[in-house]
Structures are given as structure tokens and as C-alpha cells.
Ligand binder design. Structure first.
Ligand code: SAM
Length: 406
């Protein structure tokens, strides 16, 4: 069996690499890049290096600068940042990436290197973005991949549906180039059976359904084109494309098929199972004086609020579990985890029965990282931040096992 040379972009603390290496020692990360924009301290990169070693091929620079040094490789992976995933900007020269929008860096690398395989991760909303022109951004991504000779599969995966401890919903994209057997076999099936073969790729034949089996699909589906016959160029696609894409889909030769699928659920890990068993430091426990803020943040609200322009509106939201249920998977972990607010988890400590926030180790467990993975000298706040940015390692592992064996 041959090695698969991997380039890891937006590496963070190395979630992709952990997943790949857990799948097979034939995945060799030959170049990795991680840079937190404009920060003097590069905590995530330091963590990466402390686990995977210092090397001229572990590069802490803006990808816009570093990309020129990327070596040839077989597989490109990355969880590209998602604060601003509205990827289109119009100017006289047509569309181009906004500052901070990193899809276009990936696009440049693909144009230059054409790796055989690509695996990308992003937030679940990516397939519907932007709100005003649903599906436009994802269609741009598909068109870019199509133009470079790739077929694509995507799935929105909730990790807890497939046996994990966290309800973390992320869009996973896998693309394979037309020089690969994977592409050629899929293309042949589509040639013979058209849309039926595309449906079967989503349900059974593709990498995604093999990694994440499907129980059922809904009746509605999308069947449309993003090729140059339907949209003359990227600008026209960007201007008029609007499509409601579902949580699973494929693209082959510019044709897009998408359908809503239901997972074949696997038993999740309850939040209680990943909690630390022994004594936990006092600083994690909720302080008496903060209780009113916690209760307010977690509670239901029906209150008048004022807009910037002075006008008044009614703000409504329901209550969230307080404390979080220990017999269910956790909610999604964010970079702000443990700060007083609605989204931070509050649990009943197993030893004392008192309320507390999660420890950094518990956050690492929710993403399937080894205990103390981020305990590499960064401030504790950054450990939470890094885990809020990271992915669930096992999801990458499952995709990588299938990819390696096809
Ligand atoms: C969503 S996170 C990916 C986390 C990673 N998958 C992990 O498991 O830790 C995106 C990462 O991209 C990095 N990043 C943002 N802008 C960048 C740039 N211009 N060049 C290189 N890295 C960048 C961020 O610092 C962040 O760590």
C-alpha cells in the first residue's frame, strides 16, 4: 500500500491530522499551515508543533503568503475559518475573496496543485449561505471544484448521530479529481444511469454514506446544473444563483443532486460519561455572585429591547437546560465555552453535586482529542477557544478509513 501525502491547511491544533493518522499510518502530513491572524502569540500553532514537531514544513504564516511553498501532494484537508463565509464580493474585476474569506486561498492551491483528493470542513450553514441568496456560496465552491476537474460529495454530519458525545453539526466536503478511479467509476455510473446513479452515490455508493450510513431520505430533491451552459461564468452564477440545498448531495460534471437524508443513528455517548470523575479545581464551580447572571442567560426571555436607532422591539427566546442533561450528548461547543452565557455548558459535578463549567479536558473529550492535548503552555481561556474551533476527530477518521480503502 502506498503513502498518501497530505497537506493540512488551517490546522488549528491538528484535529484533521489526528483523524487521518488514527485511520491509517499511510497518511503522511508533509506540510501544514496554521496562523491566527495578527496575533503575537500563536498558541494553536505552538500546540501543533509541540505534538507533531518543529519542522520547516510546519508553517506559521498567513496562508496567502505561505501557499507558494506548498509541495505536491495527494490529499488536501482543512477546516477553513467560517466567521465570514459569505464568499462573494463584487467589484469591477468580478468576484474575488473578501479579506478574511479563505475559500479563495484553497481555490488557488487547487488550481496550482490539483491534488487527487480534498476533504474540507465548515459550519452547517455553509450550504445555505448567504441568507439573502440561499445556496449561492456553496454553488460557487462547487463551480470552482467542477472547473478544476473534481466530483464532490457533501454531508452535514451531526457527530452525536454517529456515536459521539457532542451535537456538533458540520458540513463535510470530499472531492476527487477526474484522474482518480473514484471519479471515473462514479462518472461511468452517471453516464449509464444519470440522476439515479447520483442518488445512489448519496445513499450507498459514495465515500460519505459508507462512512456515515443513511437510514432514509425525504421525497424532495434538487437536480440542477452549475456548469457553463447554465451559468456562463462565475459572475453570473454569483449574481443569480439561489438554491435550497439539503444535508446530502453530490456534484458530477457540473450537475448537482441533493436530498435530505436521515442518519442510521448510532448510540451517542452521554455528556455524563465524559466528565472528570475525581476532584475538580474550585475555579470551575459557579460562584454564588454570578448565579443571577447565569439564571438570566439560561432562562426564557420575553422583554422589550432597544435598537441602535432607538426603536423598541420584543425579544423572545426559550430557556435552555440548566444544568445540562448528563444523559444526553452535549450541545455544540463554541470558542466562548465557560464564559457566562446561554451557550456555555453547566454541569452537575459528579463528586460534589455542585454546579460547574466544563474543564479543558472535558472539552477535549467532547471533540475526541486525547486528554490534555492543548495543555501545551497556552492560557486556559485559549484551550477552550481552540476546542471551540476544532472538529470531532472521529468524523475525519471515519471518512479517511473509507477513502483509504476504496
Ligand atoms: C476552524 S479552525 C480549524 C481548526 C482545526 N481543524 C483543528 O482541529 O484545530 C480554522 C483555523 O484557521 C486559522 N486561520 C485563520 N486565518 C488564517 C490564515 N489567513 N492563514 C492560516 N491560518 C488561518 C485559525 O487560526 C484557526 O485555527
Amino acid at each position: 500500500m502506498r503513502d498518501i501525502r497530505v497537506v493540512e491547511l488551517f490546522a488549528g491544533v491538528g484535529g484533521f491530522r489526528l483523524g487521518l493518522e488514527a485511520a491509517s499510518d499511510r497518511y503522511k502530513v508533509i506540510w501544514a499551515n496554521q496562523w491566527e491572524p495578527y496575533k503575537a502569540d500563536q498558541w494553536a500553532f505552538d500546540c501543533y508543533v509541540s505534538h507533531f514537531g518543529e519542522s520547516p514544513n510546519h508553517v506559521c504564516k498567513d496562508i496567502a503568503v505561505a501557499k507558494k511553498d506548498i509541495p505536491n501532494h495527494d490529499l488536501l484537508v482543512g477546516g477553513f475559518p467560517c466567521q465570514d463565509y459569505s464568499i462573494m464580493k463584487k467589484n469591477s474585476a468580478g468576484i474575488e475573496g473578501k479579506k478574511g474569506v479563505l475559500w479563495w486561498q484553497i481555490d488557488d492551491i487547487l488550481r496550482d496543485k490539483r491534488p487527487s483528493y480534498v476533504i474540507l470542513e465548515n459550519v452547517d450553514r455553509l450550504i445555505r449561505s448567504p441568507a439573502k441568496q440561499c445556496g449561492r456560496d456553496f454553488s460557487i465552491i462547487l463551480r470552482c471544484l467542477y472547473q478544476k476537474g473534481y466530483a464532490v460529495e457533501w454531508r452535514v454530519i451531526n457527530a452525536a448521530d454517529y456515536g459521539q458525545a457532542q451535537r456538533r453539526r458540520r458540513t463535510f466536503i470530499i472531492a476527487y479529481h477526474n484522474r482518480t478511479k473514484l471519479f471515473q467509476e462514479f462518472a461511468e455510473r452517471v453516464c449509464l444511469n444519470g440522476i439515479k446513479a447520483m442518488h445512489k452515490q448519496v445513499m450507498d455508493d459514495g465515500i460519505m454514506p459508507k462512512a456515515f450510513p443513511i437510514a432514509a431520505h425525504k421525497r424532495n430533491f434538487v437536480d440542477h446544473w452549475i456548469d457553463e451552459i447554465r451559468f456562463e461564468d462565475m459572475e453570473s452564477l454569483s449574481m443569480i444563483q439561489k438554491v435550497y440545498l439539503y444535508n446530502a448531495g453530490v456534484m458530477m460534471n457540473g450537475r448537482v443532486y441533493s436530498v435530505e437524508v436521515t442518519p442510521r443513528y448510532e448510540p451517542f455517548i452521554p455528556l455524563g460519561n465524559i466528565l472528570e470523575q475525581g476532584a475538580v479545581d474550585e475555579r470551575y464551580f459557579l460562584r454564588e455572585e454570578d448565579m443571577p447572571k447565569w439564571i438570566y442567560a439560561k432562562g426564557a426571555k420575553h422583554e422589550q429591547r432597544r435598537r441602535r436607532d432607538g426603536s423598541v422591539y420584543w425579544f423572545n427566546e426559550g430557556a435552555v437546560g440548566f444544568p445540562d442533561a448528563l444523559d444526553k450528548p452535549s450541545r455544540t461547543m463554541l470558542t466562548s465555552e465557560t464564559q457566562i452565557g446561554r451557550t456555555s455548558h453547566v454541569v452537575t459535578d459528579l463528586q460534589t453535586g455542585r454546579l460547574r463549567v466544563l474543564t479543558p479536558i472535558e472539552c477535549e473529550r467532547l471533540n475526541g482529542f486525547p486528554d490534555n492535548w492543548t495543555n501545551t503552555g497556552m492560557p486556559e481561556k485559549m484551550r477552550y477557544f481552540c476546542m471551540g474551533n476544532a472538529l470531532v476527530v472521529d468524523i475525519v477518521k471515519r471518512i479517511s478509513i473509507i477513502l483509504y480503502n476504496v
